[in-house]
Design a protein around this ligand. Structure first.
Ligand code: SF4
Ligand code: SF4
Length: 154
């Protein structure tokens, strides 16, 4: 479900523009409010929904999920660390979901610039940057040994 912006709620802060991986959230030059320039190219990642401090972004439901007359309200509740979804069907039925959206507290993830630079050994490692610490795994990631890569090994 692609997103759209309620322009009357938006204050033009630009957080959704900065975070959108598809670069489709733009600020209207005249009204200084955000809008989704190409819903067909929306990844439906909802990063913009989570980033919007004004709760100005909602999802446009697909016809099979919430047909005409529906609404899909998405509410970011920072103090509870949750995203709430309120789905209203055209016959008046409502469904409410609440889901935690991250395991770390809002604003506590350091930026790459704040983390120590990679060492020579890190460049030769199969692990991604800051693994396994970033995954909260103490004992290291399970990895295949070269012998296990031979054909026929299960
Ligand atoms: Fe961009 Fe993701 Fe929001 Fe779609 S849901 S507009 S891809 S941030
Ligand atoms: Fe508007 Fe929300 Fe985007 Fe800020 S993050 S520009 S308030 S839609």
């Amino acid at each position: 479900m692609p997103t759209f912006v309620y322009m009357t709620r938006c204050d033009g802060c630009g957080h959704c523009v900065d975070i959108c991986p598809s670069d489709i959230m733009h600020i209207d030059k005249t009204y200084r409010r955000a809008f989704n320039i190409e819903p067909n190219m929306c990844w439906e990642c909802y990063s913009c929904v989570k980033a919007c401090p004004q709760n100005a972004i909602d999802a446009r439901g697909y016809a099979d999920f919430a047909p005409l007359g529906h609404s899909v309200r998405v509410l970011r509740e920072e103090e509870k660390n949750t995203i709430s979804w309120k789905i209203k069907f055209r016959n008046g039925h409502e469904k409410n979901f609440e889901s935690p959206i991250r395991t770390t507290k809002w604003g506590t993830i350091p930026s790459p610039a704040e983390l120590p630079p990679p060492s020579e050994a890190d460049f030769k490692s199969q692990e991604l940057a800051h693994e396994p610490d970033a995954l909260n795994i103490d004992s290291g990631l399970p990895a295949l040994t070269p012998g296990q890569l031979k054909k026929g090994v299960v």
